[in-house]
Design a protein around this ligand. Structure first.
Ligand code: 2HA
Ligand code: ZN
Length: 275
């Protein structure tokens, strides 16, 4: 099968374009990765090169060693992915130790996988274990309203989760385990990857202060939908705070407990504090 005809490749390309259209990917901002299923690799195996040069990942990910990933390219623009996928995205294979990668397809004019490869792969490693193997998508976007909130809200998991839950009734149902927050750190390296993947053990969403967000999910729809829901909630909070600093009424801790019963979700009590 031709690579561009594979369903997962079409889903990947569509998600890049959806993110661009949301305004989350100025210039080369943001990156996306997908942990490819063995049966999907089987179908495209003939189109994959197996003679690429092994290069260091920059961290160690033994629990996903030997797996294949589709990832966006470093310095590439999301808005160009739909026009020329082969030049802007790639498929990589990890070695048996989970220390090195090689390019098997794509980046046809040269280049490297995303500068955030250590964060993506460490998040994949953690989420694969935490989800029993069902999570396959890691998405990083420069979501405007969430970034704005990192200047005015305390950089605490409890505060971001609770304030965003309060802005839309669907939120606690869409991200019941909450949101983690990483203080400002230098992007691209192993340290921010470790901090993010530590949070991803309990959350599907991590905010990077003054930078953006990481989301994890089972497929493209769920992961894009998660990013979209959190960012929309942040937009409502920004609008609310722009009208007045306090709320006349809101969703209360008891309202959340009642919602949890009817919607069969568990909402950790640490987010339902009295204000
Ligand atoms: O430029 O978003 O965090 C890609 C990024 C780095
Ligand atoms: Zn970024």
């Amino acid at each position: 099968m031709k690579i561009l005809e594979a369903k997962f490749v079409q889903g990947f390309i569509r998600m890049c374009n959806d993110g661009w259209e949301q305004g989350w990917h100025e210039r080369n901002g943001g990156n996306l990765s997908y942990r490819i299923k063995p049966e999907e690799i089987e179908k495209i195996k003939d189109s994959l090169a197996a003679d690429g040069e092994w290069k260091p990942i920059g961290t160690s990910v033994p629990a996903i060693a030997g797996e294949y990933f589709m990832v966006t390219g470093s310095g590439k623009y999301f808005r160009n992915v739909i026009l020329d996928p082969e030049e802007n995205i790639c498929i990589i294979e990890l070695d048996k130790e989970g220390e090195n990668y090689r390019i098997c397809w794509g980046l046809s004019n040269g280049g490297r996988p995303t500068s955030e490869l250590p964060s993506h792969l460490m998040n994949h490693e953690v989420k694969k274990a935490a989800s029993g193997g069902t999570h396959r998508v890691i998405y990083h976007a420069h979501t405007t309203n969430v970034i704005a909130l990192t200047f005015v809200l305390p950089l605490k998991d409890e505060v971001f989760t609770r304030e965003l839950w309060e802005m839309a009734t669907e939120c606690p149902v869409v991200f019941p385990s909450g949101i983690g927050v990483v203080d400002w750190m230098v992007p691209g390296g192993r340290d921010i990857a470790i901090a993010t993947s530590e949070l991803m053990k309990q959350y599907d969403v991590a905010v990077w202060a003054h930078h953006g967000m990481f989301c994890s999910g089972e497929d493209f729809d769920l992961t894009f939908g998660l990013m979209h829901t959190v960012e929309k909630s942040a937009e409502i909070l920004v609008k609310m705070l722009s009208m007045r600093p306090d709320k006349l009424q809101t969703i209360t801790p008891q309202n959340f407990r009642d919602l949890a019963v009817d919607f069969h979700v568990e909402l950790p009590e640490k987010f339902l504090y009295e204000k």
